[in-house]
Design a protein around this ligand. Structure first.
Ligand SMILES: Cc1ncc(COP(=O)(O)O)c(C=O)c1O
Length: 486
């Protein structure tokens, strides 16, 4: 076979144009293209479950699926503080693109939008943790990438160390370094060995932490901790754990990275969940809500001496990324922080979160065979479903084409399906298969919050027992899922 050379061929044809897309591509064509050219198996799994969309936005908080079903938007994995396409943010982006004449990707010059977001993030952090008054910021294009920067900074600041302490069910992303800190064997095994090395401890166990620090502290660069484990299924550590962690780290000279990518900027009802719980971290990572649900923005904020251990002098190019700190992303980050503040969304998240958690807990007590437990922190809710096996009617287990482990994993996605069919767009938990999460916008209007809760209760009432989600999925679809799991 000979390859086409420049001189032999005309310019390639691009089969799809933006004009077609603005006019709208129909749902089945969209699914066919994704299945053929993208992560097709994921799309097939979602389609098999009946939740694969595509979904259209009606208001920032309401969606419509391809069958015309109305959905309250409670997914977005905590990255949508204002819902989808929030008009005040879009208006600002329009003004920005019309008026700003700064470089889009100012890698080799100072830039006002980046400068202002750096200053605002440090001011914000120092407002709650004054020891961060002289901290510095490096930007990224995702949460995982913000974690990568934190890993490098911690290692540079503690030369000679090469281990990190992390916690069971923690989630820090899936790039190679971040994956090393995410102790989930499904995600890690194909890529072993991973670096950095980790010592994985039970989340919330101060004694285990103290023992590990005594034994390995000299070789540990940092403890990386989520103040509330989001992907772990919304797990809040015991009272005093985070404050004790900070104190123990200081005694042993080990740094603390607070991964606030999911919890930070209001989601849990505080600007910084770690600081609110009494932990003063050395490095803070942010991402999801900083991009206003519109553009990817990650940030790693660190004390001056830690930052400069990685980025100083001619070494100030030791870490960089072409797109990080781009002007549009910075502008959206600035406006997102402003909207959070102007609309009082952090305290609203705290109050609405308390209200909704109480109501979800009441639903759990009414339907304990469907929901095992409800957990929450601000507007981050985890609904842990009962296992779908163990309670199956006698004789039916052997009819199902799955091994036990796969069946257990199905509880979460079946929950996702049940909620979708009931009109709530929810998210799974990447490190807790039986937990479905609701991560609605922080500015979700109260009537829609009530409607989301009412629909969630309807789903529980309709099922009553978790295993009844299984026979509601047609057998052919179950078989297709079983084939994909093997
Ligand atoms: C706590 C935490 N850290 C890191 C990440 C990774 O962020 P991203 O998916 O943007 O890479 C996530 C994503 O869910 C997260 O919840």
């Amino acid at each position: 076979m000979t390859l086409a050379r420049r001189d032999d061929v005309a310019d390639p044809v691009l089969p799809y144009g933006t004009t077609d897309l603005l006019a709208g591509l129909d749902a089945s064509a969209t699914v066919a293209l994704e299945t053929r050219y993208g992560n097709g198996d994921l799309i097939t799994i979602l389609q098999t479950l009946g939740v694969g969309g595509p979904l259209r936005v009606e208001t920032p908080w309401e969606l419509r699926d391809e069958k015309g079903r109305h959905l309250i938007h409670a997914a977005g994995y905590a990255a949508l503080p204002f819902g989808e396409s929030y008009p005040p943010l879009l208006d600002f982006v329009r003004a920005f693109t019309e008026r700003s004449r700064e470089l889009a990707l100012p890698q080799q010059s100072a830039a006002s939008w980046r400068a202002a977001l750096e200053a605002n993030l440090v001011a914000l952090l120092a407002h709650f943790a004054p020891s961060h008054a002289d901290s510095r910021v490096v930007f990224a294009n995702s949460g995982a990438e913000a974690i990568e920067a934190a890993i490098k900074m911690a290692r540079a600041a503690r030369p000679g160390t090469h281990q990190f302490i992390n916690f069971t069910a923690g989630y820090h992303g899936k790039t190679h370094g971040a994956l090393a800190l995410t102790p989930n064997s499904d995600y890690q095994t194909p890529f072993l060995p991973l670096t950095p090395k980790t010592i994985t401890l039970p989340f919330g166990d101060l004694e285990a932490l103290e023992a590990a620090l005594r034994r390995y502290g000299k070789d540990v660069a940092a403890i990386v901790v989520e103040p509330v484990q989001g992907e772990g299924g919304v797990i809040t550590p015991p009272e005093g754990f985070l404050a004790g962690l900070g104190e123990a780290a200081r005694r042993h000279g080990v740094l603390v990275v607070a991964d606030e990518i999911q919890t930070g900027l209001g989601r849990t009802g505080a600007w910084f969940a770690s600081i609110d719980a009494g932990l003063e971290p050395d490095i803070v990572t942010l991402a999801k809500p900083l991009g206003g649900g519109l553009v990817p923005v990650g940030a790693t904020i660190a004390r001056n001496e830690i930052f400069r251990a990685m980025l100083a002098g001619f070494g100030s190019k030791n870490h960089s990324s072409t797109f990080a700190g781009g002007s549009l992303a910075m502008a959206v980050g600035l406006r997102s922080l402003e909207i959070l503040r102007e609309e009082g969304l952090v305290s609203k998240a705290r109050e609405d979160g308390r209200y909704a958690l109480e109501r979800l807990r009441a639903i759990q007590t009414r339907y304990p065979n469907f929901i095992e437990e409800v957990r929450g922190a601000g507007m981050l809710f985890g609904i842990k479903l009962r296992p779908v096996i163990g309670e199956l009617p006698f004789g039916t287990r052997r009819l199902l084409p799955f091994d036990d482990a796969t069946l257990q994993q199905l509880a979460g996605v079946l929950g996702l399906r049940a909620l979708h069919l009931g009109g709530v767009h929810a998210c799974v938990s990447l490190n807790s298969f039986r937990t479905v999460r609701l991560t609605p916008a922080l500015n979700l209007p109260r009537p829609l919050l009530d409607e989301m809760l009412r629909r969630t209760e309807d789903v529980a009432r309709r099922h009553r027992r978790a295993w009844t989600m299984l026979p509601r999925l047609p057998l052919t679809r179950l078989v297709r899922l079983a084939r994909m799991s093997s």
